[in-house]
Write a protein of this length. Structure first.
Length: 185
């Protein structure tokens, strides 16, 4: 009986670790049924363990506490008064520290004075692509879409030409190069 238990433990170990030497195999229908169930349990267990390890190494990187807007609660967030960002943060009851400019807010993040900064995405990308490159990461998602506009005097002779040329320009490779140059990836 002890030999059977030892053989069963050996077989289950090599099966679970996917080594499968083939030196021990179940012979009876009941043994084969148990073997099939054991193989599926082994695959699920090993893949779950692998996924857990991968999650620890990819999601919980040091210094990446903020992955999106929901991560801002309980943190101190820099912003610039007079913009729409303080309104958003107040609506979501997020603790704010005001700075004079987006540049000052970003440097406060880089120096560890605050946990994050919230402001207009294009400006933040421009700043993080320049003098604070490599010190600040700008998240890919935006909290609230806000479009930019260009104002021209009523009746301006520039308006018609501008309206005709703008759609073609923003779909050109030159526009993509401009975005990359100033805003990075």
């Amino acid at each position: 009986m002890h030999e059977g238990i030892r053989s069963g433990l050996w077989w289950s170990t090599v099966t679970k670790t996917t080594v499968g030497y083939g030196d021990k195999t179940p012979v009876t229908p009941t043994g084969r049924t148990v073997a099939i169930v054991w193989m599926f349990v082994s695959v699920i267990t090993v893949s779950g363990f692998t996924a857990a390890i991968a999650t620890v190494f990819t999601v919980q990187q040091p210094g990446s506490r903020v992955q999106g807007p929901n991560d801002l609660h309980g943190l101190t967030v820099a912003t610039v008064p007079g913009s729409t960002s303080p309104e958003y943060l107040a609506e979501h009851r997020i603790r704010v520290r005001d700075f004079q400019s987006p540049r000052d807010a970003m440097w406060a993040v880089a120096r560890g004075q605050v946990d994050a900064a919230v402001y207009d995405a294009p400006i933040m990308r421009y700043l993080s692509n320049g003098e604070s490159a490599g010190q600040i990461d700008v998240l890919p998602e935006t909290f609230s879409r806000q479009d930019y506009a260009l104002g021209l005097r009523a009746g301006s002779p520039l308006r018609e030409g501008f309206n005709r040329s703008l759609p073609g320009y923003i779909s050109s490779p030159a526009w993509e190069e401009t975005l990359y140059r100033f805003l990075g990836d």
